[in-house]
Design a protein around this ligand. Structure first.
Ligand SMILES: [Zn+2]
Length: 129
């Protein structure tokens, strides 16, 4: 029986360099660990089923405190039809501006015109501060 017949069953120790059995985890010559003990470790199955449902139940839709979310098209149509009396300003809760529009005819039509255009380019819903 020559050593060549068992050559495939051996390996060299990483620490002392001697020939040791291939399946050896700890070198019998120096006692150093030469293999990771993978089979000895439990097979950890991480069954991480994330059931979190992150619902935003804020009445205000998560906008900053004091701000309000308004429907773009409600405001736009109010502005288009009744902008000269500041209807969209009252809808936005801007009572002061609404009264101003009411007595000046939508800032003499200028504010009415600008607000109608501005509302067109706002997201829906939009935030009123
Ligand atoms: Zn060794």
């Amino acid at each position: 029986m020559s050593e060549a017949s068992t050559a495939t069953e051996t390996k060299f120790c990483k620490e002392c360099g001697k020939t040791i059995a291939k399946k050896a985890v700890i070198c019998p010559h120096c006692g150093c660990q030469v293999e990771e003990t993978k089979s000895a470790q439990p097979n950890i199955v991480i069954n991480n089923s994330n059931q979190n449902s992150n619902q935003n139940n804020n009445v205000n839709g998560g906008v900053p405190y004091g701000a309000r979310l308004k429907n773009k098209w409600v405001s736009f149509l109010l502005c288009l039809w009744l902008g000269y009396i500041g209807a969209h300003k009252f809808y936005e809760g801007k009572i002061g501006a609404g009264i101003l529009y009411l007595f000046t005819g939508g800032l003499f039509g200028i504010g009415w015109f600008i607000d109608t255009l501005a509302l067109l380019f706002k997201p829906n819903p939009y935030v009123v501060y």
